[in-house]
Design a protein around this ligand. Structure first.
Ligand code: COA
Length: 378
């Protein structure tokens, strides 16, 4: 191998483009969306305002927000055909696979796919943000043999989602905790799924295909799938008294512990303190402190042993569990949020596109001769 080539496996540390959408600052444990600290957005904004911020680079005025919310509320319904695709999906399928298929189907329903201008792509982004919760809720209920609950346009984004899942709107504390998780999950620079989405559209493929690629990438346990894995881990630990020993054993066996570590943050994930606060609130609200206690012992032990910090999936997984959701729905919630970041990145990529096409260093056999069939006895 030539010695003057540096190979960046996993694109570790490589800056591939510029972006105006968000900035991750690991050195000061901070994350800003278009300049606004994410913690402040969580305390002061609705998720719809953050979606607008992703797409426009500014927070909306009161009038813009009201119009935008009305627009989204009117687009929550999915077609009968799409509902039937969801209904016919194997009940054993992972909801991320169903969602990937459903978004792909939505793309096929778009009769103007040849239109690729920014205004049309923005409309599609709004439509996907409005419909993805309906797709998730439909599968949630249909696979349990329960009736589909159609979306309601008189409810807020999160309230409507809870209603489509459980048939009721929970207490404001639960609604707020869920909304905060959506804001925290909305965007995070050139992470694997966002980069996948940008790569897909860099060949001038369509926005739905970019999102489908994003969903496919997010599903993996090293990325979005970690929030589910965290809850499975807490269930396996079972009791606070077992937590320390569980972690020591995992580390002794060199296992990757889900919900810990991050490619960019090495001294803690900027989103964790906010989500932890709401995880604690959910523990208090439900009167179930066990998962919180287990999580705290795991976190302390990991910090003492390896100085590795939890990432956002560590507090979000148990928070969703305490809200009453099935575990395999946690990563789809990430999609509900990240659809805003993905589509913002897709539009940013297309606004000044350059085909993403890196190089590789070949290390297979040296050039050789193909013998004719006869000589190989075929
Ligand atoms: N559990 C145990 N050890 C971990 C770890 C984890 N979750 N994350 C990192 N480490 C260890 C590595 O094994 C490595 O140890 P070593 O130096 O003794 O070999 C060291 O910490 C440095 O890790 P590094 O290789 O720099 O991390 P990365 O950038 O390649 O990996 C992740 C980042 C996210 C892939 C990794 O932390 C991980 O797999 N985490 C679990 C999955 C997860 O929670 N994903 C969601 C991310 S938001």
């Amino acid at each position: 191998m030539s010695t003057d080539i540096t190979i960046h496996r996993g694109l570790d540390g490589v800056v591939v483009d510029t972006t105006r959408i968000s900035k991750v600052m690991p050195e000061i444990n901070s994350l800003v969306y278009a300049g606004y600290p994410v913690q402040d957005l969580c305390e002061c904004c609705h998720f719809e305002e953050v979606a607008w911020l992703m797409w426009h680079g500014e927070l909306p005025t009161a009038k813009q927000l009201a119009d935008f919310m009305a627009l989204g509320r009117g687009q929550r319904e999915i077609s009968k055909d799409l509902l039937s695709v969801i209904q016919k999906s194997p009940r054993t399928a992972h909801p991320m696979d169903v969602l990937r298929t459903a978004v792909s189907f939505l793309g096929m329903e778009d009769t103007e796919l040849d239109k690729t201008d920014a205004a049309t792509n923005l409309k599609r982004s709004i439509s996907m943000m409005a419909k993805i919760p309906t797709m998730i809720a439909a599968f949630y209920r249909l696979r349990k043999g329960q009736d589909f609950i159609p979306p309601r346009s008189d409810l807020g984004f999160v309230e409507n989602f809870f209603n489509m899942i459980f048939g009721r709107v929970p207490a404001p504390e639960v609604v707020h905790a869920f909304e905060v998780s959506l804001i925290l999950y909305a965007e995070h620079g050139f992470n694997a799924s966002t980069f996948t989405a940008r790569t897909v559209v860099s060949s001038l493929s369509d926005i739905y295909s970019g999102v489908v690629g994003g969903i496919a990438s997010l599903k993996g346990p090293l990325h979005g799938g970690a929030n589910e894995a965290v809850m499975h881990m807490l269930l396996e630990v079972g009791e606070p008294a077992r937590a320390k020993e569980w972690m020591l054993t995992a580390l002794r066996e060199h296992r990757v512990v889900m919900g810990f570590g991050h490619r960019v943050y090495k001294n803690g994930d900027s989103r964790v303190p906010t989500m932890k606060k709401y995880m604690r609130e959910m523990a208090k609200f439900t009167g179930n402190e066990k998962w919180l206690e287990i999580a705290e012992i795991l976190e302390t032990t990991m910090r003492e042993q390896k100085n590795i910090h939890p990432n956002l999936d560590f507090p979000s997984g148990p928070a969703y569990y305490m809200m009453g959701f099935d575990i395999d729905m946690f990563t789809p919630f990430f999609v509900m949020a990240r659809i805003t970041g993905w589509t913002a990145h897709i539009m940013e990529q297309l606004a000044d596109n350059r085909l993403i096409r890196p190089l590789s260093q070949y290390d297979g056999p040296a050039q050789r001769i193909v013998m004719p069939l006869k000589q190989r006895g075929i």
